[in-house]
Design a protein around this ligand. Structure first.
Ligand code: ADP
Ligand code: MG
Length: 183
């Protein structure tokens, strides 16, 4: 749980270019979203959790959630989970590490929203609010995806997000999306 932790209404003033951002990273809470919809999905997620321990200190882990695919609906269902923790890597470096890990684990390029053995997203990096061609924080889909909101609610129920500042509010607007807690 994050106590009264808030993630809203903060604009980065530091220079984010070239990953040369000067921030004190280790006291920043970071939330990651993990997903898999091909191969042994839970094993893929467990392996990713283990390997990302090289650059990310995990503090909380949600359950696994089984989710129907969004966009390309004829593909296999997803397993998703969310974890929170800290890292000494600034956001661009963290994204690079996550992308590298996806490739190391064998993720192949497919089409947008296509099947993937592992997808690693940065949902929140502390209260950072930022967007460029490479990185958007918070992740632009957080508020619309039940498979992100459900596990977030589980591990950080009073997280304040979006204009409404309520996870519960956004969760209530995504209940038509099939998403089942499996363990
Ligand atoms: P998806 O949107 O389904 O996660 P990808 O994993 O292929 O698709 O990501 C596409 C691109 O999204 C990445 O190459 C990355 O640069 C960009 N991106 C922007 N913001 C984020 C973020 N917060 N977390 C992860 N990727 C991000
Ligand atoms: Mg991704």
């Amino acid at each position: 749980m994050t106590g009264g932790y808030s993630i809203i209404s903060f604009t980065i003033t530091e220079n984010l270019n070239n990953g040369k951002m000067k921030i004190n990273t280790m006291d920043k809470k970071v939330f990651l979203g993990l997903g898999s919809n091909s191969g042994k999905k839970i094993e893929n997620i467990d392996k990713a959790c283990l390997l990302l321990g090289n650059f990310f200190k995990v503090e909380s882990k949600s359950s696994y959630y089984q989710t129907e695919p969004i966009g390309m609906t004829e593909q296999d269902s997803f397993i998703n989970m969310v974890l929170s923790g800290t890292t000494d890597q600034e956001p661009f470096l963290l994204l690079k590490s996550l992308k590298k890990l996806e490739v190391e684990m064998g993720r192949k390029e497919t089409y947008r929203w296509g099947p993937r053995m592992i997808d690693l997203d940065i949902l929140f990096y502390s209260s950072m609010n930022f967007s460029d061609k490479i990185l958007t924080l918070p992740h632009p889909e957080v508020l619309n995806r039940r498979f992100v909101l459900e596990p977030l609610f589980e591990i950080a129920g009073n997280l304040q997000i979006g204009e409404k500042k309520s996870l519960f509010y956004y969760l209530n607007h995504t209940l038509e999306q099939a998403c089942e807690k499996i363990s």
